[in-house]
Design a protein around this ligand. Sequence first.
Ligand SMILES: Nc1ncnc2c1ncn2[C@@H]1O[C@H](COP(=O)(O)OP(=O)(O)OP(=O)(O)O)[C@@H](O)[C@H]1O
Length: 230
Amino acid sequence: MLRVRDLNAWYGEARVLRDVSLDVETGTIVTLVGRNGAGKTTLLRCLMGLHRQQRGDITYDDHPIHRLAPHKRPKRGIGWVPDDRGIYTSLTVEENLTLPPRSNDDAWPLGRVYETFPVLRERRRYPGTRLSGGEQQMLAIARMLRTGARLLLCDEPTEGLAPILVRQIAEILHTVREHGVTVLLIEQNLQFATTVADRHYLLAEGRIAESLDNSEVEARQHELLEYLGI
Ligand SMILES: Nc1ncnc2c1ncn2[C@@H]1O[C@H](COP(=O)(O)OP(=O)(O)OP(=O)(O)O)[C@@H](O)[C@H]1O
């Protein structure tokens, strides 16, 4: 379980996260929704240790991690899937999958990746550039599983994707959840969020304004869409 308590973050003098507290239960998918500039990416960067100006308590599987250097967090099973997917487009799918270092004993063997995502086996000799946006996202997630990530922090995996590919992302995330992987993702598409996730945190001006389940998001969809300016 990921537990965040009273997390604050700054850029210089500007405070962009204010006393953020949230929980992500193991094996669940949770979204962070909020307007542009609400602090969603900064929050994920704090969890990964990539943002230095932060204060607060973060525990993962009962171990405090907030003082751990960024490069030590993957050893604890935390994986970051950035919004640009971070894959090497000039390398083949298989090279992308074999390059990342194994950070811990939960690292997926290549065979397990290919059994879970057969498309990646079919495309293993393709360069990253020949993959669709959905396949690139699949590769980015699979690459994190190869390092041993049990908690994936995904920065808006559906951004810029056509609806059919958005559905593929939902399937990918459900597949990883079936394997016991926990996901915290930034998502602006509320309909997608309710299809894919178990809970949602609404971030507003750096604060957690609300914690919502799927039925609450569905019941208040119009109001929330208006709030998010979508
Ligand atoms: N490098 C930076 N220097 C100064 N301020 C920054 C920097 N990066 C982000 N900010 C500011 O911090 C606040 C939170 O930004 P953040 O990117 O975390 O929001 P977000 O919710 O992820 O928004 P978006 O969806 O637009 O990425 C915003 O006001 C933003 O302008």
